[in-house]
Design a protein around this ligand. Sequence first.
Ligand code: WT7
Length: 655
Amino acid sequence: MNQQIDHLLNEDRRFAPSSQFSQDAVAGPELYDEAQADRLEFWAKQSRDLLHWHTPFTNVLDWTSPPFAKWFDDGELNVAYNCLDRHVEAGLGDRVALHFEGEPGDTRTITYAELTDEVKRLANVLEGFGVGRGDRVAIYLPMIPEAIASLLAVARLGAVHSVVFGGFSADSLRSRIDDAGAKVVITADGGYRKGKASALKVNVDQALADRGDGEQLTVEKVLVVRRTEQEVDWDGERDVWWHDVVPQASGEHEAQAFPSENPLFILYTSGTTGKPKGILHTSGGYLTQAAYTHRNVFDLHPETDVYWCTADIGWVTGHTYATYGPLANGATQVLYEGTPEFPEPGRWWDIIEKYGVTIFYTAPTAVRSFMKQGRDIPLQRDLSSLRLLGSVGEPINPEAWMWFREVIGSGITPIVDTWWQTETGAIMISALPGVTETKPGSAQVPLPGISIDVVDEKGEPVGNDAGGMLVVTEPWPSMLRGIWGDPDRFVETYWKMFADKGFYFAGDGARRDEDGDIWLLGRVDDVMNVSGHRLSTAEIESALVAHEATAEAAVVGANDETTGQAVVAFVILKESFLKTHTAEGLAEALRQWVGTQIGPIARPRDVYIVGELPKTRSGKIMRRLLRDVAEGREVGDTQTLADTAVMSVITKQVR
Ligand code: WT7
């Protein structure tokens, strides 16, 4: 790792913004000074400027019982009103909110007036189902306009949404529904992916099936969007078609004001143990930072820009930068349902050309896979509308950064490499376009108002030109407010490591270069990052051992050219299975098994069948050594192993 970083730190390319860009830029260098002068007043000002408060706040931050923060505590607002009604009231009803592009090629243009109308009707329907303030609604939908409308309708009622990524299995959906105690599920018959109609309703049915374990189901209604027109089973008591109720519902719905700290959503993310954590976000602080970052980091000029964030609604990026941030700012955005390569590899570039996209926010894994396909594909399209590019989810290596700028950005667009997490709710580290001189591969500097440091084990700053752990040293508006139903785990996971300093530990290693710019070095815990999505080694291991053929399993994240990291599993099989099956057959069966247990993104790239796993004397699996094998390196120090010979056996078996 250090070698790799030394190499990166020799990166001496710099890209200053053009004077034209700086002149027109939304953000200016004074933001840093203002935030520096009075951080809380800075946030209060952002919040007042960017949002409409039904009841203005007087308290900015209550940090009297850390780590449980309250922002803008005595203020009241309605999140959906801020994203919809107020734009219509300001005369912007005819502005396009969404340019929707379905994977099969169907399109819909939805204005702010139309989206507001749809959300009001849907809010009335949900109210009719008994959904009110504080109730949880699970959303399991493809990337279609109804997904965005669903988030907003739930928010409008002061209820709490829990979006489950459409690629997750019925089991994953079930455990998330149970954990949150969801009353309603909003889903679709299916969605389009890679040219096929993939089913969603079937998974909901399976998730809600009685398992005979006495577990009481909390779900009362399932609202179903017709998207693919595939056949679905129907429970007449429980299931309701969207098209039977939403268009017929009243279009009158007044947005009520809710306290700033009213919960807005739960989003499950992987941690170091098997059970996903329900990250909780609330209203006023979250929306403030979502709007502020979206405006300043993406240099949003809402009258003229066409913004496109390619993230799925199932991830936090889809919440903050495909829903709340852009809509709060009155932006026009593209919403695309499908995969980049359907019906052919140039689909994304066609979309950019077609809608004249000006701001494009995507993930390094996508950039790297386009690099592999070659520059001819994007160069056949007119991408000249683009003026700003963004990257998120994992470190973007300088080579991919340069390709992104040269090929997609015509060699002139600034790139913002944005570091943040599900837990942080919004961007924390990024260049400010028009202000910062950008540097390929580095996320660079904390945003104005955000306090971040790189520290050693004792919490002492490591200074420039040194590595350590990334921490957030002061509370921020869009910070997570807890883990749903588990305050102890919240404290334990994020705040215990530097308890005496009161720092939030992000789980990432980082390094400051000699200019003080921050380089992210990946996770220091047992969490992997595959294509910008977090997966826990423990979660996949527990899926593997749940298979009848598995005796023991260890999972590591290995470097992968396209996906950043790839899941690699080492599995010990039960003897009895090896007598009746081939190792290759079982390895493939286990790959598929993980896909159905968790979802296709968790399916291991490689499953190695081994006889033993490297363990310390206390029985802890040494994943570091397995990572060496998975990445084809010389195996590191094995002295602390209970049996030092075991690694040479494993290495032989893998080869
Ligand atoms: C983890 C958070 C935040 C939206 C997508 C992922 C990694 C995220 C960057 C970046 C280097 C990054 C970190 C972080 N990460 N952005 N620009 N450079 N690493 O959200 O699933 O909560 O994952 O993604 O390791 O901890 P998430």
